[in-house]
Ligand binder design. Structure first.
Ligand SMILES: N[C@@H](CCC(=O)N[C@@H](CS)C(=O)NCC(=O)O)C(=O)O
Length: 78
């Protein structure tokens, strides 16, 4: 399974997700993309997800928005 987290370091909702990733010790399973520093990642997020909102977790290329949903998915699947 390929997991990509689109995030911004200044976003508190992203930190909520990243804190759970750290707590679970699963950071090595998820590739981080900082959309504030990577224009290509921002373009991918907008083109595939349909909006620039972060955090967004791509699960095998399928976007999941909403930090609460992402945390719930991480806890249930990793
Ligand atoms: N309800 C969303 C809120 C996410 C949110 O508001 N993210 C902000 C950054 S903190 C965002 O991406 N806003 C759009 C923008 O910055 O252009 C969640 O919990 O994930």
């Amino acid at each position: 399974m390929k997991l990509d987290l689109y995030m911004k370091p200044t976003c508190p909702f992203c930190h909520r997700v990243m804190d759970v990733i750290t707590e679970m010790g699963v950071g090595d399973q998820i590739t981080m993309h900082d959309v504030s520093a990577d224009p290509t990642a921002l373009q991918t997020l907008i083109e595939v997800g349909g909006t620039n909102q972060v955090p967004c977790l791509f699960i095998d290329g399928k976007p999941m928005y909403e930090s609460g949903d992402i945390v719930e998915w991480l806890r249930a699947n990793l």
